[in-house]
Design a protein around this ligand. Structure first.
Ligand code: NDP
Ligand code: GDP
Length: 327
């Protein structure tokens, strides 16, 4: 039975990736950063009904010694580095933390792998945010990067270090340049979940307004369940490489709102208000990915449409709020 180590197992992708790997017969071990709220931290794994099927080990991306010890005791065959300070907006408030976790933290994991498990396969969670101020209308693996936030700069460092460790040490290190992907398990601070949660609250009479920032930005949104399949496929290839993972469709925040509110029979213009304090110091206005390489080399394709995903997210948020108001 192969062993996978997942950093960021308590996050959205960590939960769906754990579910996928458990279904495939893996032993799944997750790195858990110590918290005073240990009882709520496994919420996403619990939501998927798999909390008791994964092993959790204490560690932190900023503590190389913990990572080395974990590599020695867990002996993973595959390492998925998903842990990060992952929220772009927060990265202007905490640029140094973002640099040390999202950037240097990834190199700590690479170092621990190089020192202890150099034959293991490594996946780095790179991001379409690295394209930032886009240099080509449709972005693929050859598109030059232009990061626009401390988060994106940190991700770019981690990305190039992954490439460098592959080229320098022959490590099986691959990087997935994943475009935005969402689900009912997406953090509530991200715009998609903020909208679906807002729609649910407004529909249930718990709120009347939804404050948002820039409605004109567009994103290429896919479903996290589809995107973790691509991560796994990358590590099954003979040769490590980098792949863009995207749907090839871009939608504005405004149109996302239109689709989401109309799903419950509401008009978004009656409820969405824009607030200047929710605008960002520098914006990524458009992202649109070309995943042709992943489609041909990995035989990967997204299976969930944006409309289906929005419906799933709203239904989950409605159910959550109904359950909360009952208790
Ligand atoms: P989440 O924010 O949901 O999860 C982040 C995870 O990182 C959490 O498990 C968090 O733990 C953990 N973490 C944060 N800091 C540390 C630390 N110092 N040590 C150990 N663990 C830490 O992110 P997603 O699941 O959405 O994304 C997974 C990865 O993919 C991230 O690296 C993200 O930047 C990247 N990515 C995501 C995209 C998306 O659209 N979702 C697009 C492209 C890339 P805790 O629960 O304790 O907070
Ligand atoms: P990102 O692409 O990783 O930054 O994902 P987000 O979901 O945080 O943001 C996507 C886009 O939505 C960005 O262009 C934001 O500026 C825009 N946006 C507009 N209003 C909001 C808001 O209230 N919250 C967030 N998170 N994003 C918003």
């Amino acid at each position: 039975m192969p062993t996978a180590l997942i950093t960021g197992i308590t996050g959205q992708d960590g939960a769906y990736l754990s579910q996928l790997l458990l279904e495939k017969g893996y032993r799944v071990v997750g790195l858990l950063r110590r918290s005073a709220s240990a009882d709520v931290i496994g919420e996403r794994l619990r939501w998927l009904g798999i909390l008791d099927q994964v092993e959790l080990v204490d560690g932190n991306l900023t503590d190389l010694s913990s990572l080395i010890r974990i590599m020695e005791t867990v002996k993973p065959d595959e390492i998925y580095n998903l842990a990060a300070q992952s929220f772009v907006a927060a990265s202007w408030q905490q640029p140094l933390l973002t640099g040390s976790v999202t950037g240097v933290g990834a190199v700590n994991v690479l170092e621990a792998v190089r020192i202890v498990r150099s034959d293991a396969r490594f996946y780095q969670a790179s991001s379409s945010e690295m394209f930032g101020l886009i240099q080509e209308p449709v972005q693929n693996e050859k598109t030059p990067f232009y990061p626009r936030s401390p988060y994106a700069v940190a991700k770019l460092y981690a990305h190039w270090m992954t490439v460098n460790y592959r080229e320098s040490f022959g490590m099986h290190a691959s990087s997935g340049i994943l475009f935005n992907h969402e689900s009912p398990l997406r953090g509530i601070e991200f715009v998609t979940r903020k909208v679906t949660d807002g729609v649910a609250r407004i529909k249930l009479g718990l709120a009347t307004q939804l404050p948002l920032g820039n409605l004109d930005a567009t994103r290429d949104w896919g479903h996290a369940r589809d995107y973790v399949r691509a991560m796994h496929l990358m590590l099954q290839q003979e040769t490590p490489d980098d792949y863009v993972v995207a749907t090839g469709r871009t939608t504005s925040i405004r149109d996302f709102c239109r689709i989401a509110f109309s799903y419950v029979g509401l008009n978004f213009e009656d409820h969405v208000v824009t607030r200047s304090d929710l605008l960002r110091p520098a914006e990524v206005q458009v992202l649109l990915g070309d995943a042709d390489k992943a489609r041909s080399a990995l035989d990967w394709a997204p299976s969930v449409t944006l409309e289906e995903m929005i419906a799933e997210m709203i239904e989950a948020d409605l159910a959550r709020h109904r359950a909360q108001s009952r208790s």
